[in-house]
Ligand binder design. Structure first.
Ligand code: NAD
Ligand code: TDX
Length: 345
């Protein structure tokens, strides 16, 4: 944590990356107060923060980042904000984009305004590699134009640009991280890796979109959180930092690795109708981040094995999530796709 910042607000801290980040910063002794503001949408889960609740430095507030009155009050008592809060699932942004605009764009504006009013020492916007859009060859640099192609990534690009504009226009000390596909413990089982692990544990089919040759740049959540912490402390105000570990894999290759770790057959794979507007490839140039002294610590082999073990050992965490609204979403998203899918290898 920055030596200057002893009182911090983390938004979206009951979600996947935010809860892992809260755990990381409370393991150190740099903070006197950590406020987590989270709306507890379907993706937010207090169980993700269970082990932190007894820490006297920790406070949880259930609320919306788009609620100006609440945000202003909370911002008056901290010196900085790290904004993880977002609607984060691409498929849901295709089905129901409105919440992406209100949270990812408008909510970020509300936070920036409060940070400006209260003269915060730092504002870190957690952005994504998806703002660059599909990258056919090479790797994205921070100076590349943003070219988002889904309602999710367009909303995230809006927030990213707005945060940068607050630096230029108002001198707010903003830094932005653009992270790659992240995996690890506490990830809601709608994203590829936890969905496929939990389905495979139950011998349920794995719905692989299209030909499965789309490529992602995978990073373990511990490495992603360490990078956010470093950029928060040492990043140059007004700059964005790509956060990726250089683990490029196609979805079909990744699926094979998960099945091998779980000792399940390739016949669980179903090739299903593709995601509309599906970005084929993301890849990040991370030289700006590594120049700050960051290096990934977790290899893809070790990270995937540890993640598979975590889901095997934490059924009590994920089984209750795969019920109610989740099952309705699952049926809408995958019902027809799976019925028409073909068994793959
Ligand atoms: P997540 O969906 O697991 O968590 C999002 C959290 O935000 C949830 O706890 C949810 O309750 C909360 N939230 C949603 N709307 C809110 C609102 N209006 N007010 C307050 N809280 C609200 O997401 P994640 O995977 O942990 O992603 C965290 C951030 O990192 C997001 O900004 C996402 O865009 C970004 N990111 C994610 C990845 C990835 O692979 N998961 C990669 C790069 C960047
Ligand atoms: O059922 C599926 N089948 C499938 O083939 C799902 C859920 C995904 N996929 C494919 C789509 C992608 O090519 O797997 C890849 C990964 O999909 P997601 O886990 O949905 O991630 P992605 O769309 O790449 O976006 C993620 O990384 C960047 C996060 O969800 C974002 O929040 C982050 O910004």
């Amino acid at each position: 944590m920055s030596d200057l910042v002893r009182r911090l607000m983390v938004t979206g801290g009951a979600g996947f990356i935010g809860s892992n980040f809260a755990r990381l910063v409370l393991a150190g002794d740099g903070l006197e107060k950590l406020v987590v503001l989270d709306k507890l949408t379907y993706a937010g889960n207090l169980a993700n923060l269970e082990d932190l609740r007894a820490d006297p430095r920790f406070a949880f507030v259930q609320g919306d980042i788009a609620d100006g009155t609440l945000v202003d009050e909370l911002a008056s008592d901290v010196q900085a904000i790290i904004n993880f809060a977002a609607e984060s699932h691409v498929d849901r942004s295709i089905e129901a984009p409105e919440a992406f605009i209100t949270t990812d764009v408008y909510g970020t504006y509300v936070l920036l305004e409060a940070a400006r009013r209260h003269g915060h020492a730092r504002f870190l916007q957690v952005s994504t590699d998806e703002v660059y859009g599909h990258v056919p060859t090479g790797s994205s640099r921070e100076s590349d134009p943003l070219s988002p192609r889904s309602p999710y990534s367009a909303s995230k690009a809006g927030a990213d640009l707005l945060a940068m504009a607050y630096h230029v226009t108002h001198g707010l000390p903003v830094v932005v991280t653009r992270g790659a596909n992240t995996y690890g413990p506490y990830q809601y089982p709608e994203k590829l890796i936890p969905l496929f692990i939990t389905n495979a544990i139950d011998d349920e089919p794995l719905p692989l979109y299209g030909d499965g040759l789309q490529q992602r740049d995978w990073i373990h959540v511990d490495d992603h959180c360490a990078a956010i912490d470093l950029v928060f402390r040492l990043g140059e105000a007004g700059s964005a930092y790509n956060v990726g570990a250089g683990n490029h894999a196609t979805n079909i290759d990744l699926t094979g690795r998960l099945l091998a770790l779980l000792e399940r057959p390739a016949s669980l794979v179903r090739h299903v109708a593709d995601r509309p507007g599906h970005d084929r490839r993301y890849a990040l140039d991370t030289s700006r981040l590594t120049a700050l002294g960051w290096q990934p610590q977790v290899t893809l082999d070790d990270g995937l094995a540890a993640t598979v073990r975590w889901y095997q050992q934490h059924e009590a965490w994920w089984r209750p999530l795969k019920s109610g609204e989740y099952l309705e979403y699952y049926r809408r998203q995958y019902g027809d796709r799976l019925a028409a899918g073909t068994v793959g290898a």
